[in-house]
Write a protein of this length. Structure first.
Length: 225
């Protein structure tokens, strides 16, 4: 089964500053529907520091026969961290080790997203390959291919499972990268097979932010369902 392990919805908070309201555009419902349309079997909803969209996503996934993995992309003091099957979002900007300990207490599975990424601001960089986690995201469709190559090379050396995700911030960004599993990975990511198809075109990323910018100031301008 094909599961995009890194997907955002409009429940991701604005993280680029007060005067730069550029974040995710579509609802969880829309993301699930588009994932099905392009041939995926499911997604992991990993909004930034929020699990508010999980209930909606689960409802739609059940309705149309899709897999929904509840998740979150957590902002730690050291960089972003992906968590799956969590009940409560840890407080943002804690040291990454403390965040991992808190997630372990919930029985979550944990992955390092885009260890090396453009700008590195929200990436764990070299630290990602030394943490006690469950997987490394080696393919990220929003990342430069060069960084994916670096992440793949370093990820293989850890012996950890390797995963992939589109990091989609709108429905049209889905599908660039995903992970294949023989079954729903509820307890382990060990059988993950990362698949890279293409990098998200800059025009699509630009379109996402442009529409989000308009919607921020006039929610009647563009549909997001």
């Amino acid at each position: 089964m094909k599961i995009d392990m890194h997907v955002h919805s409009l429940y991701s908070p604005i993280i680029y500053g007060r005067f730069f309201p550029l974040e995710t555009f579509h609802s969880p419902k829309k993301m699930i529907r588009m994932a099905k349309k392009i041939g995926l079997d499911g997604i992991a909803l990993t909004d930034h520091d929020s699990i508010k969209g999980v209930k909606e996503a689960k409802k739609e996934a059940k309705k149309i026969g899709m897999i929904l993995i509840p998740g979150c992309e957590i902002t730690t003091k050291d960089g972003h961290l992906l968590a799956y099957w969590l009940n409560k979002v840890p407080k943002p900007y804690q040291p990454v080790e403390e965040t991992i300990d808190e997630l372990r207490s919930q029985g979550s599975l944990i992955a390092a997203p885009h260890p090396y990424h453009i700008g590195f601001k929200f990436s764990l960089k070299e630290k990602a390959f030394k943490l006690k986690i469950d997987a490394i995201e080696v393919y990220n469709a929003r990342s430069c291919k060069l960084f994916d190559i670096i992440n793949l090379k370093k990820g293989k050396k850890t012996g950890l499972p390797l995963i992939a995700g589109s990091d989609a911030h709108s429905s049209w960004e889905l599908g660039g990268a995903f992970t294949e599993f023989p079954e729903i990975p509820a307890k382990s990511l060990k059988k993950a097979v990362p698949i890279y198809k293409y990098s998200t075109p800059l025009i699509e990323i630009g379109k996402t932010y442009y529409y989000r910018f308009l919607w921020k100031f006039n929610k009647k301008l563009v549909p997001f369902e």
